[in-house]
Design a protein around this ligand. Sequence first.
Ligand code: UD1
Length: 436
Amino acid sequence: MSRYRIEGGYKLQGDVSISGSKNAVLGILAAAMMLDGPCKIENVPDIVDVQVMLEICETIGAKITPAGEGIYEIDPTNINTFEATHPKVKNIRASYYLLGALLTRFRKATMYMPGGCNFGTRPIDLHLKGFRKMGASGTRATDIRDGIIRIVADELVGAHIFLDVVSVGATINIMLAATKANGMTIIENAAKEPHIVDVANFLNSMGANIKGAGTDTIRIKGVPVLPGGYSYSVIPDQIEAGTYMIAAAVTRGDVTIHNLIPKHMEPLTVKMLDMGYNIEQGDDWIRVSIDDDMELESTNFKTRPYPGFPTDLQPQATVLLCLANGMSRMHENVWDNRFQYVPELQSMGASISIIDRCALVNGPCSFSGASVTALDLRAGAAMVLAGLAASGVTTISSANRIDRGYEKIVEKLRGIGAHIERIAGDDEHVVPIDDE
Ligand code: UD1
């Protein structure tokens, strides 16, 4: 278990580059398990969630060969089981994509209920309902025994599926199951996140017929074979990019963030402009800076499915609001328990009260260094940001949770002038990652 030690108060300056998208690559790796031939995936971030997913894929028989930095050759042709029951399946939420992938490959799939960050009830009823409409059984809540799901379909048939809640996971999982189903599947009220488009683009490049990803209606015409055989490069990580934009902002620094897609950052850039930051952008970069005498204005955020403000940037953006003058509001509309990190920020000097699903942030505060815990991946990122802005020293325990989603975060932050180091340590707050 590692901790981060941050000496705060230094303005970040310089250039930083964004890695491949965690949530895209996790879907793409699962999708690769359905192919009838090998493929190559590039721009794969070196993060714990990806390592866990690669290990799980190997346990079902996929051959995975590193082929350079961030590049893997993946050969799924010898996958020999429809059972994803390795204990690590419970560690990451995205292992649920193996349900759709194995169902496609074998017409049956057995899996532990997946894990992931612990922020409220995380059902998969919509995924199962979609599979049911396509002809699968074992998809009702009462069919789940001892935390194991067993799904069987004599035949997968295209269906018209309306999602009554916009769900990223259900959209991708149903898309996977539909890719080789008989006939046409239409997903309505689909999620539109960039990583959904990326998984669809990956599958199309390997022989699938998916149209409309990125809109709220996706049409998937089932194909008999997915030949594979090509290389695919994963899109940049929207959430990592947003975290570095906020890192520049909370230290009143001047940082250019490279290898991102500016369009994906709009929900954040519009708010940062409102608050008083300078934002310049080019084809694949954004520069964040602020004038010396600029006082930050308060603002309000509401998390929403894409193209709304992403819930995965909510804890980080709350740190930013702590530095603005007056009362700001952060409304969390996606998850029902995603303010667990607030007491940690309060211990560093933040003035925040929670009413239902809204954090009322009274700024500006002066953060002071403290010993805090990364309660989940993005909560941990928020602690890093507060530590960078704070006076004095902050130590963050359970930092392994941050490593789940940020490639080389310590090295990247040091590269733009942060005083951060990884320190070893057993600490009393550590909860093993398997418990998430
Ligand atoms: C994905 C992301 C996660 C992000 C979330 C929302 C991955 C691996 N994880 O999670 O980082 O926070 O999108 O952008 O990509 N819901 C149901 N029934 C279901 C599924 C979801 O009611 O079957 C509800 C959830 O309780 C939640 C909402 O739908 O309120 C959104 O969840 P969803 O988009 O499915 O999140 P994940 O795909 O799990």
